[in-house]
Design a binder for this molecule. Structure first.
Ligand SMILES: [Zn+2]
Length: 318
């Protein structure tokens, strides 16, 4: 790794459009060197791995990977970082709506207090969601967690609405409609996970991918711009704040800040995320989620993450 800084070269010129030029597009490349210079970061690395450090953050990119480590936490970008001997770059949508919100949380649009939060406990009624035995159902556990988040936030002066406060069926479209009707300014959908592999465990937090980019898991989705994409930068900041608090409070495995075009997130008129707080298919994690004390820990972490986001605070500042 000799003279690493020399490897970080500018791939493209200024993104300031000349008169008559087309406006910048989400997929345009942005040189990491430009990003580093703009934020006063130092860059070290080689053709396979690049570390940017500064502003209380350490970001590690791997060539050809959507995953970037942010202070040791896994964050998925919309597209892979490109790195080779000629230089490193990322896409404009990742620079603006993934990396920059994490470098400067205060720059992200966020609601002014008093903040109205809409919490969405997943499933309900005939839709049990994940299940373990006769007793542990996702719909019941996430409703309990949501009520605990509400209690904490209400005590701190937030206005909080639940999309469902009882064990009732609620179509996905009605959840977004409820957020609009309540003038929600932050939306958090709360779920538990399930996998065929009983070893799978940990917490993952989802935000929408940028328009035109695929979900983390790949597969088919239409990739179109949706209402929720108006808040891409805030979605990332909210997701990272909540994900960081959840990992710190629970010690659970970090499965990453991921991206999926979930129906429940598409049409939300404010910053919106979906959290998967653990796997009911994993015996140890299900055992913890069955305990009220653990659900309180999870709920307090979600509430604190929402508070961090609302205050424009950086998780790295702690
Ligand atoms: Zn679910």
């Amino acid at each position: 790794m000799a003279r690493p800084e020399a490897l970080v070269t500018v791939l493209c010129g200024s993104l300031l459009a000349a008169p008559g030029a087309r406006p910048p597009a989400a997929a345009d490349p942005v040189a990491m060197a430009d990003l580093a210079a703009r934020h006063g970061l130092t860059a070290r690395g080689d053709a396979s791995r690049l570390t940017l450090a500064g502003r209380g953050r350490t970001l590690v990119f791997e060539a050809g990977s959507r995953r970037v480590s942010v202070d040791g936490r896994a964050v998925w970008m919309n597209a892979p970082a490109a790195g080779d001997a000629a230089g490193w770059s990322l896409r404009l949508c990742d620079a603006r709506a993934v990396i920059e919100p994490l470098l400067n949380a205060a720059s992200v649009a966020r609601p002014a207090p008093p903040v109205t939060v809409v919490l969405d406990p997943g499933h309900g009624g005939r839709q049990a969601g994940a299940r373990r035995g006769a007793d542990l159902t996702e719909k019941r556990l996430v409703l309990d967690i949501a009520k605990r988040v509400r209690r904490r936030l209400t005590a701190d002066g937030y206005t909080v609405h639940l999309t469902r406060a009882r064990d009732t069926d609620l179509p996905l479209a009605d959840r977004a409609a409820a957020c609009r009707a309540q003038n929600g300014e932050v939306f958090v959908s709360i779920h538990l996970n399930f996998a065929v592999n009983a070893q799978a465990q940990g917490i993952e937090t989802y935000a929408l991918p940028a328009a035109g980019f695929p979900s983390t898991a790949g597969g088919a989705d239409d990739g179109r711009q949706c209402r929720g994409n108006l808040h891409d930068a805030s979605n990332t900041a909210l997701a990272f704040a909540v994900h960081s608090r959840l990992l710190a409070a629970t010690g659970a495995d970090d499965r990453g800040l991921r991206r999926a075009r979930f129906d429940v997130l598409r049409d939300i008129p404010c910053p919106a995320i979906l959290v998967e707080c653990g796997f009911l298919s994993n015996a140890a994690e299900a055992g913890r989620l069955a305990l009220a004390d653990y659900r309180q820990t999870v709920a307090a972490a979600i509430a604190q993450g929402i508070a961090d986001f609302s205050a424009g605070e950086s998780a790295a500042a702690r």
